[in-house]
Design a protein around this ligand. Structure first.
Ligand code: ADP
Ligand code: ADP
Length: 226
């Protein structure tokens, strides 16, 4: 019951003299309940790998499988459906909707997925409580600290029980204590939900707490130790 598989993934940008080869035959498997840290220098292709894993971008060659479903032959609509129902994405900048409260930000994706308002709000409160920010449920993002915003963003990403969680520098803008808290919250959610998680981070202390560390070199995903 492997959740995320990348096989022989190629991705380049541009062509001719200006070609940038980012991924060249990248392979990666992340199982349910497994948290994999992605540690690599800037420009190595971390965001590209996450975008491709989250079906936000297509590789030029290779296959991405989510829950055993190959995606290369799917059209854009089917990919969007699969992404909405299986993938939770956490960005470095929280991307919360500024005019909505924390609670609403977490409930909206559930309403879009067809849940009732009462069921969505119940789940949102549970997630916010688990992340220690339920007392902020009625506040808008601008009224929250950076760590609180990021915890709300994690609650939102987890709202629809994603099988695959992708996070791009989720603690990039946070102080060490808050980074710790946010990372642990993310880890607990992944455990509880049995999701497969790939987290790009520059924070070596956090990466060491992942189940496994990988890096990107010469367009390949390689095992890594810190
Ligand atoms: P990282 O997240 O590790 O910093 P990225 O995946 O963002 O790396 O980028 C990898 C390389 O691909 C970089 O050299 C970047 O400039 C290039 N790149 C990324 N996206 C594009 C794009 N849309 N067009 C052209 N080049 C791109
Ligand atoms: P941090 O130390 O994480 O940066 P802040 O100093 O920004 O936290 O905020 C401390 C507390 O004050 C947080 O709980 C936050 O929710 C609250 N807070 C910050 N700004 C506002 C605001 N404009 N309105 C209401 N509450 C706020």
């Amino acid at each position: 019951d492997t959740q995320l598989v990348l096989r022989g993934v190629h991705r380049h940008y541009g062509d001719g003299d200006t070609i940038v080869r980012v991924l060249e035959s990248a392979d990666l498997t992340v199982k349910g309940g497994e948290l994999v840290a992605l540690v690599a220098p800037s420009g190595a292709g971390k965001s590209t790998l996450l975008h491709i894993s989250g079906l936000l971008e297509r590789p030029q060659q290779g296959e991405v499988e989510i829950l055993g479903v190959p995606t290369s032959h799917l059209g854009d609509r089917a990919r969007t459906m699969l992404r909405r129902t299986t993938v939770g994405y956490v960005y470095q900048f929280h991307h919360l909707l500024p005019e909505f409260t924390a609670l609403e930000n977490v409930s909206i994706p559930q309403l879009i997925a067809g849940k009732s308002q009462a069921d969505a709000d119940k789940r949102s409160h549970e997630l916010l409580a688990m992340l220690g920010v339920d007392s902020r449920a009625a506040h808008r993002p601008a009224e929250l600290s950076g760590g609180e915003q990021q915890r709300v963003a994690i609650a939102r990403a987890a709202a629809n029980h994603p099988r695959v969680v992708l996070a791009d520098e989720p603690t990039g803008n946070l102080d060490p204590a808050t980074s710790d808290l946010v990372f642990e919250a993310l880890r607990q959610l992944i455990r509880d939900e049995g999701a497969a998680a790939l987290i790009a981070t520059h924070n070596h202390d956090l990466a060491r707490r992942a189940d496994r560390i990988v890096t990107l070199r010469d367009g390949l995903v390689l095992p890594h130790t810190l």
